[in-house]
Every structure is written in structure tokens, then in C-alpha cells.
Design a protein around this ligand. Structure first.
Ligand SMILES: Cc1cc2nc3c(=O)[nH]c(=O)nc-3n(C[C@H](O)[C@H](O)[C@H](O)COP(=O)(O)O)c2cc1C
Length: 206
């Protein structure tokens, strides 16, 4: 039976909860769910990687995992999911040959990158993808999803809580709350071709 790994990092819990919804949505496959620090091998046919968006990049723990396994992950079918507070679809992302799913909190019309404000630009899908491409250039991403996750000051480390309080003060688009919708996670999971490999190495480069 083909095997699937779902691995994730989560600080305040939303990425972990989404990983569990994915686990419960996949049927007929042998699936392991492991926090990223507990992954011991990569003998899987398809791999889900879930991470909070930290300043436009995956969490440091996931960056470490991607860098360490860059070559091995290159032969796998990778399904990435980010939780974040904001994500904007921009015209640049049409240049990426990649299925991009955004949940119903953040799905909206495609904006022209040049006309977006600096906050929107820094949270544009193409910005996230180009950051990812620098971190893990060999990654063969088959699909990618952005879910609006969770912000709870009390679930964060002291420093992160302080940073996020300041961001909320400066930017009224960011506020505390639980945002992800399980239904959207199920929708994304059900539409995935788990073992589709993107052969072209440049799938996330323009
Ligand atoms: C230090 C820090 C930096 C963050 N940076 C961003 C960011 O640049 N853009 C964004 O949309 N969300 C950002 N977030 C919000 C997280 O991505 C969001 O809260 C996520 O859902 C948390 O996932 P978790 O519940 O699995 O920990 C940041 C959160 C922290 C703590």
C-alpha cells in the first residue's frame, strides 16, 4: 500500500489541527502523522508538510527539515500547507505552474502585484513562493494551500506574543482569533492527487 506522511510544526496549534483533519480525510492509504522533529525516515510516496507562515517563510523548524532533506524530498510528491494571517492572490502567481488553494477566508480576486500596498506585496502568494524557492530549490511541489490559521497571544512564546501584539497594534488587518475552516481543509485534501509528481524541477520558479 502506498504510504503518506503528514508532518508539521505548530506553535499555537492550528497547523497541527489542520494536519489532523487531513489525516482524517484521507482514506484507503497508510498515513503517518508526525511532528517535524519526530520524522525518522522519508520512505513515503507522498508527503504533506504544514507550517505557520513566519515573516513570509516557513517556521525555522520546517526550514531546517527542508534544507536537510532537500535532495530526498526532490523525488517525492510534496503537498505543502501554510497557516497565516494574511495571503493575497497576485497576478505573478499565474506564472507558477502550480495548483494554489486559498481558503474561503482569504480567497479573493487576483490583484496586480505592482498596485498592491507594501503589506499586501509582502503577503502575496508569489512572495511566499519565491521565498520558498530560495530555501528549498529542489522541492517538487504538487500542490500548495494557504489557510488562515490562529492567533492567540497566550499560546505564543513571550517574544512571539510581544511581536504579534505590536503587529496587531500597527496593522488592523491582523487580530486574535481562530480562523481556519475544517470544511476548506477537507475540500483541499479531497482534490489532491496524492502521488502526482511534478517532474519539472522548475515548478516553483518562473
Ligand atoms: C513570530 C511570528 C511571525 C509571524 N509572521 C506572519 C507573517 O509574516 N504573515 C502572516 O500572515 N502571519 C504571520 N504569523 C501568524 C502565523 O502564521 C499564524 O498565527 C499561524 O496560524 C500560527 O500557526 P500555529 O497555530 O500552528 O502556531 C506570524 C506569527 C508569529 C508568531
Amino acid at each position: 500500500m502506498q504510504k503518506i506522511l503528514i508532518t508539521y510544526y505548530s506553535e499555537s496549534g492550528s497547523t497541527e489541527e489542520i494536519a489532523k483533519i487531513i489525516l482524517n480525510t484521507i482514506t484507503n492509504y497508510d498515513v503517518d502523522l508526525l511532528e517535524v522533529g519526530k520524522v525518522q525516515h522519508l520512505n513515503y510516496d507522498g508527503i504533506f508538510i504544514g507550517t505557520p507562515n513566519i515573516y513570509g517563510k516557513p517556521a525555522p523548524e520546517i526550514i531546517k527539515f527542508l534544507k536537510k532533506n532537500n535532495d530526498r524530498l526532490a523525488t517525492k510528491s510534496i503537498h505543502l500547507f501554510f497557516t497565516c494571517m494574511a495571503c493575497y492572490l497576485d497576478n505573478e502567481m499565474k506564472n507558477y505552474q502550480l495548483e494554489i488553494f486559498t481558503d474561503s477566508n482569504i480567497a479573493k480576486n487576483i490583484n496586480v502585484l505592482e498596485r498592491m500596498n507594501s503589506w499586501e506585496k509582502s503577503h502575496a502568494v508569489s512572495t511566499y513562493l519565491s521565498n520558498l524557492n530560495i530555501i528549498a530549490p529542489k522541492l517538487t511541489i504538487a500542490s500548495i494551500a494557504f489557510f488562515k490559521g490562529r492567533l492567540r497571544f497566550r499560546s505564543l512564546s513571550f517574544i512571539n506574543s510581544l511581536i504579534m501584539r505590536m503587529i496587531c497594534l500597527i496593522n488592523r488587518n491582523v487580530e486574535q482569533g481562530d480562523f481556519y475552516k475544517p470544511q476548506d481543509v477537507e475540500t483541499w485534501t479531497k482534490q489532491i492527487d496524492f502521488f502526482c509528481r511534478i517532474i519539472n524541477r522548475n515548478n516553483i520558479t518562473k
